[in-house]
Design a protein around this ligand. Structure first.
Ligand code: MCF
Ligand code: ZN
Length: 328
């Protein structure tokens, strides 16, 4: 069996960031919004660097306006993920983009997304859980509002809080109130760190937010004491190699620290982040990793086992997915 055919767990996927460009173009057309500036001549998303990526991301997201838009998107991304062999995925969803932070509006969006996910699960055999996502560059006050939405809807389906966005200003600890509120509501916690924020943002995420997973976290490799801390605390990294290469953190997969992190004993998993933005898929990630590090089936099975153990779903769901992993 080719490693790309293995059943996969994906822990780090942005709901809006998984929208294919053709899907966004169609919505822009329906809503008469001119988004030509965000597409290149091949019809893909066009951006030059991280800050520009965030702008293009938000422009694309601006045409996702109604619960129905998010329901359509949910079905499209789950169909694609299932075709990639993904059997369980967690996606980042922001109440800022689903109802402007209003709890009642958020409930409507969530209902539409969840219904679409239930239908997609029956049709494509893939399970989705949601991680409510404050957008870091929208600031701590908006993050509190997102955390309130998360706390109000915490349960079997909304399983975590996970911040994304620009690490350029302020500190992880500025968002401690939002993370504390989510923890008290029983939600599990992750945050983007150790990407453009360097190793210091990973220290902050551990010390000030007390998260159990980290989105990216790869720049921990620059600090041996931090590696020891990640190993001791058994923190899981949601590593997105293709994303890191396209955004310019590393020149190519061979130079990426994924294998070094794993070999140092850090719990690593692999995800796509925003697949159409980074011209990637889960199959492509597996193929690139296999080619760069010579990893085989056992390595990828171990990676998926780590991911399932770190998944934020309940134990009944985990046991069901475990059977799927073992039967394929
Ligand atoms: O992981 C990538 C790159 N690093 C940081 N943030 C993001 C990534 N993809 C999307 N994001 C951000 C984006 O700013 O996450 C936010 C978006 O606004 C929330 S996604 C529901
Ligand atoms: Zn991300």
């Amino acid at each position: 069996m080719s490693v790309a055919d293995l059943p996969k767990i994906e822990l780090h996927l942005h709901h809006e960031g998984a929208a294919p460009p053709a899907f966004i173009r169609q919505l822009a057309h329906e809503k008469k919004v001119d988004l030509s500036r965000i597409f290149d001549s091949n019809g893909g998303y066009a951006f030059e660097n991280f800050v520009h990526f965030l702008e293009v991301y938000e422009a694309a997201t601006s045409v996702l306006q109604t619960p129905e838009d998010f329901a359509r998107l949910t079905r499209a991304i789950l169909q694609e993920s299932a075709e990639q062999g993904v059997v369980y995925t967690e996606s980042f969803i922001s109440p800022d983009f689903c109802g402007g932070g209003d709890v009642a509006a958020w409930r409507e969006y969530l209902h539409a997304i969840q219904e679409a996910a239930t239908r997609a699960e029956a049709d494509f055999g893939i399970t989705l859980r949601g991680i409510v996502t404050p957008v870091r560059h929208f600031g701590p006050e908006k993050a509190k509002q997102s955390a309130l939405c998360a706390a109000e809807t915490a349960g079997d389906w909304v399983v975590g809080l996970g911040m994304g966005g620009d690490e350029g200003q302020g500190h992880q600890g500025d968002f401690a109130y939002a993370f504390d509120m989510a923890r008290e509501a029983g939600l599990r916690l992750t945050t983007h760190a150790g990407e453009f924020g360097g190793p210091e943002s990973v220290w902050e995420a551990i010390r000030d937010l007390n998260v159990e997973r980290i989105g990216h976290g790869v720049r921990a490799i620059e600090d041996p004491a931090l590696i020891d801390e990640l190993v001791a605390r058994q923190i899981t990294l949601e590593v997105c190699p293709g994303s890191n290469v396209v955004l310019g953190l590393y020149p190519d997969i061979a130079a990426h620290p994924l294998a070094k992190l794993r070999d140092a004993g850090v719990r690593v998993t692999v995800s796509t982040d925003d697949p159409p933005f980074f011209h990637t898929t889960m199959r492509r990630e597996y193929e690139m990793i296999a080619a760069a590090y010579g990893w085989g089936e056992d390595d990828f099975r171990a990676l998926n086992q780590t991911a399932l153990e770190a998944a934020f779903c309940d134990d009944t769901t985990r046991a069901r997915i475990q059977k799927t992993l073992e039967s394929t």
